[in-house]
Design a protein around this ligand. Structure first.
Ligand code: URA
Length: 423
């Protein structure tokens, strides 16, 4: 097999054969196919697509590039969730302990943020002492003893994806539905969860800007999971407005703890409960009541045990940024739009995110929202508070917020978008 013929097949809109796919993934993982050749193939896939048979084989080849985990020894059914990423998307933090409190085991392999979207591991690392890197044995131990674990995927899981994702990130080939679907699902299937709920986001702050693309991504992933024996469900959810009232690492941990304490913003609570119900259903725990587990403190108990088991101190004060700047409302009226992408970019510029994979993030940086679409605001009232340790970044962050919101005259009718757009 030679790589140039594989690239030419896809460049000329042909169908890759199973042998071509198996060979190219294996040869790339071993270093026989060079980065520049794989980037040409990834671009050909982005431009010309892959059919469902090709995507299934591509996913299987990425799974076969590494190890598969197995949770059969656990006494509880496993349930996992994956979000395609957004702004203020801290849902994994309250969700994993909540679903564990209702009887499932939640093995949540998570990632770091890149660009305008935040990463679950970066958020949790703002808790003093907390460790994202666990051995497979440690991960199983935390899962078995607390019911939930949130950690980084080990190097052994789908190594082909690790290499390919880093390459796509620097070659403008992230936004290809076949590559996103196979990347996410290879890791989830290799992880060995029995059921999986996908939170596929649509809107300005998501990878998929419109609902049609989100639907296509969701149905591709559901088919991949189902065909591999994983009970898989997808919710399409809105990402045109940031979730909750915070975007940033420690800021989002604080808000998640509020949800676990029975409070927190209504949209975060609604989405957490909707995803929890789907996960519990998929895991065969239909009678569990996640709303009660939030109200009676049992989800908070699992959170505290899970954070402690990974070296964190659930009672420690969270880091706070050194400097703040408030953006005030320029007029009175009804806030009708607050753009997720613009807020995500501002949080990123303030230091909550990274420009390159190896960059550090600031734990305290980010954006706090004082109003959400539908709220009435008064001229001069705080609309947003920017947090950073590097105040020289304020002007740069403010630029991304210049046209991030609309305020309509008082009394203007406003219909909020539902959080869950479809199932
Ligand atoms: N998340 C992944 O794991 N892979 C992608 O390709 C996109 C988002």
């Amino acid at each position: 097999m030679d790589v140039i013929s594989v690239i030419r097949t896809k460049r000329d809109r042909g169908e890759l054969s199973p042998e071509q796919i198996d060979w190219v993934i294996d040869a790339y993982t071993r270093g026989e196919v060079a980065d520049e050749q794989m980037s040409a193939l990834a671009m050909a896939i982005l431009l010309n697509g892959m059919n469902r048979t090709e995507i299934a084989r591509w996913t299987a080849a990425m799974i076969a590039s590494g190890e598969r985990m197995n949770f059969d020894a656990l006494s509880r059914p496993t349930a996992d969730k994956h979000s395609t990423g957004g702004v203020g998307d801290k849902i994994t933090l309250p969700l994993a302990p909540l679903v564990a409190a209702c009887g499932a085991a939640v093995p949540q392999l998570s990632g770091r943020g890149l660009g305008h979207t935040g990463g679950t591991l970066d958020k949790l690392e703002s808790i003093p002492g907390w460790r994202a890197l666990l051995s497979n044995e440690e991960m199983l131990h935390v899962l078995d003893t607390t019911g939930a674990v949130i950690c980084a995927a080990g190097d052994g899981l789908a190594p082909a994806d690790k290499k390919l994702y880093a390459l796509r990130d620097v070659t403008g080939t992230v936004e290809a539905i076949p590559l996103i679907a196979s990347s996410i699902m290879s890791k989830k299937i290799a992880e060995g969860t029995g059921s999986l709920v996908l939170d596929v986001k649509a809107g300005t702050g998501a990878f998929m800007k419109n609902i049609e693309d989100a639907r296509e991504l969701a149905s591709t992933m559901v088919a991949l999971g189902t065909d591999s024996g994983v009970r898989t469900v997808a919710l399409l959810t809105d990402m045109s407005t940031p979730l909750g009232l915070t975007a940033g690492n420690a800021l989002e941990v604080r808000e998640s703890v509020e949800v676990l304490a029975g409070g927190g913003p209504a949209d975060v609570v609604e989405l957490t409960l909707a995803l929890a119900r789907e996960m519990l259903d998929a895991a065969g725990l239909k009678d569990a009541d996640p709303a009660r587990a939030l109200a009676d403190g049992s989800a908070m108990d699992v959170w505290r045990r899970m954070i402690s088991a990974q070296g964190g101190d659930p009672d420690a004060a969270l880091p706070v940024a050194r400097e703040r700047q408030v953006v005030t409302a320029p007029a009175s009226g009804v806030l009708t739009r607050l753009d997720a992408y613009d807020v995500g970019i501002a949080a990123w510029r303030l230091g909550a995110g990274r420009a390159r994979k190896e960059d550090p993030v600031q734990a305290g940086a980010g954006v706090e929202l004082h109003a959400k679409p539908g709220d009435t605001v008064t001229e001069g009232q705080p609309l947003l508070t920017l947090h950073t340790d590097t105040p020289e970044k304020f002007d740069y962050a403010l630029k991304s917020l210049e046209s991030s919101y609309d305020i309509a005259p008082a009394g203007t009718a406003f219909t909020p978008s539902p959080i869950v757009l479809d199932r």
